[in-house]
Design a protein around this ligand. Sequence first.
Ligand SMILES: [Zn+2]
Length: 278
Amino acid sequence: MNTELYLKIKEKIHNVDCIVIGAGAGLSTAAGVNYGTKDFKKLFPELVERYGFSDMYTSSFYDFDTEEERWSYWAKHINYLCIGMKATNIYQDLFKLMKDKDYFVLTTNVDRQFLKAGFDEKKVFEVQGALTKIQCARTCHNKLYDNEKLIKEMLKEDKECKIPTRLIPKCPICGGKMDINLRKDGFFVEDDNWYEHNLAFEKFINDHKNKKILFLELGAGFNTPSIIRYPFEALTYNLKEAYLIRINNQCAFVPNEIKEKALEVQDDIANVIKNLLS
Ligand SMILES: [Zn+2]
């Protein structure tokens, strides 16, 4: 990427009143928190042998015969992509760039990387849930439960891709199955904490609507564009002093209506952030 473009991004980041980060899958992929096939066979030979899995993404759609097997799989998935993973360099770099700014984060990533890197929990809205929480699979009540201790126990007692029956979580209210708190169907629990963050985001936008507000979009593609991509375009269009920087290695284009108020940065996110710090 050319120096002029970097200088322009730097100038924007330093001269605005506040920054709204919108993070999509592309950011975590660039950070190496991904579902890729690269190390899968080495890390999970038993999953390859037993189910023929090749990566952590497609495997998460598998219909397991038993709850013992399903939770054995999810314990490995959650531990690999979340519990066992520290803040990656790219998220740490992003925090260094943002820590002294007035910021708010909207993310569709469920790996908790923003929190691990030091971002303020009150200012990070994890719209699509988190791998470290479980909920009633039938959403009989809207409460979430931390699963870290349970997942660690499952991993310790895992045998031949099964966990012991006694470790299978049950809904404390209806006695039914539990599920990871990920938005994948109509049974996603939005708890009080979710609504508080949703309100905090609206308040942040409202409080800054007449100020210089920068929408910094990182790797938000077209999987769920209605959460970050489209709202950022609309807010940039509607708020007088708003500006959008869209960093995406595949689809950085912005609509014509906001071309004057936006920067399309089609480049590797890790590269861009590293260069912004230098
Ligand atoms: Zn229930």
